[in-house]
Design a protein around this ligand. Structure first.
Ligand SMILES: NC(=O)c1ccc[n+]([C@@H]2O[C@H](COP(=O)([O-])OP(=O)(O)OC[C@H]3O[C@@H](n4cnc5c(N)ncnc54)[C@H](OP(=O)(O)O)[C@@H]3O)[C@@H](O)[C@H]2O)c1
Length: 227
């Protein structure tokens, strides 16, 4: 039975991935502020923007889940604001959650990742490949996700020397409340966006790839979209 540690599985894509992995008999450990309420999910309460919380989460992983097979860095926030209005606090929070937290988690768990020959999946965005229309007022989000992308490259350089793998996923738009929660933008046309459950199937496929195959980066986008 695989043990999968995933950030941000209380909602959205993370929750859809957690559901599928639990259905497949895997052990799923969620890291977020509120609980993943799925039957069987285990939770580590953590505000990813807070270093003490992060250190406590790392300690819990080392004590209870040190044999983990997969780490999925999925949690993120938008930090929506026009370029000429964004304040320091919003920049800082967005970078802490989207960039520092996932890279810090990998850093603190790096020795276990190598020892366990674990898979790391960093959920990025197509907005860290190009400047797309639709990303207006998402300066902190786009820049922080470019930061995550850069971190994935740097860490991959080391992990390629080991049996562990890192996949950086450039994700396109899917049905979620991420934008609604951040700045009240309600999705009115869900049928035009990808379904989290379909994306979860792809994540499961990646996790189950034979160990002699390594996907370093993958772009998953809505049909017809650039990315
Ligand atoms: N939605 C899209 O169209 C889209 C497109 C491309 C890429 N993505 C990426 O896909 C991933 C998942 O997005 P989503 O749409 O599923 O988001 P979501 O539904 O808003 O869920 C975000 C998750 O992150 C957690 N989170 C947020 N802030 C946190 C904090 N400070 N500490 C701990 N956990 C925190 C939330 O849990 P709590 O609130 O309980 O803490 C929640 O479980 C993100 O990396 C996002 O950038 C999304």
């Amino acid at each position: 039975m695989k043990t999968v540690i995933i950030t941000g599985a209380s909602d959205g894509l993370g929750k859809a991935v957690a559901k599928l992995l639990l259905d497949k008999g895997m052990r799923v450990v969620n890291i977020s502020r509120s609980k993943c309420d799925l039957n069987g999910a285990e939770n580590i309460a953590c505000d990813l923007s807070n270093q003490e919380d992060l250190d406590r989460a790392v300690q819990t992983i080392k004590e209870k889940y040190s044999d983990f097979d997969v780490l999925i860095n999925n949690a993120a926030i938008v930090g929506y604001a026009p370029i000429n209005e964004i304040d320091y606090a919003k920049f800082e929070k967005t970078w802490k959650v989207n960039t520092i937290a996932p890279l810090y988690l990998i850093s603190k768990l790096f020795d276990l990742i190598v020892e366990n020959a674990a898979d790391v999946i960093n959920i990025g965005t197509t907005h860290s490949q190009h400047a797309h229309p639709g990303a207006e007022n998402q300066l902190a989000y786009c820049a922080s996700k470019y930061g995550l992308r850069g971190g994935s490259y740097n860490i991959s350089m080391e992990l390629k020397k080991t049996k562990a793998r890192l996949v950086h996923v450039y994700m396109g738009g899917f049905q979620s409340k991420m934008h609604e929660k951040d700045y009240g933008n309600v999705m009115t046309d869900p049928e035009n966006w990808m379904k989290p459950s379909d994306l979860a199937d792809i994540i499961l496929y990646i996790i189950n790839l034979p160990k002699q195959i390594e996907i370093s980066e993958i772009t998953i986008n809505r049909k017809g979209r650039r990315g």
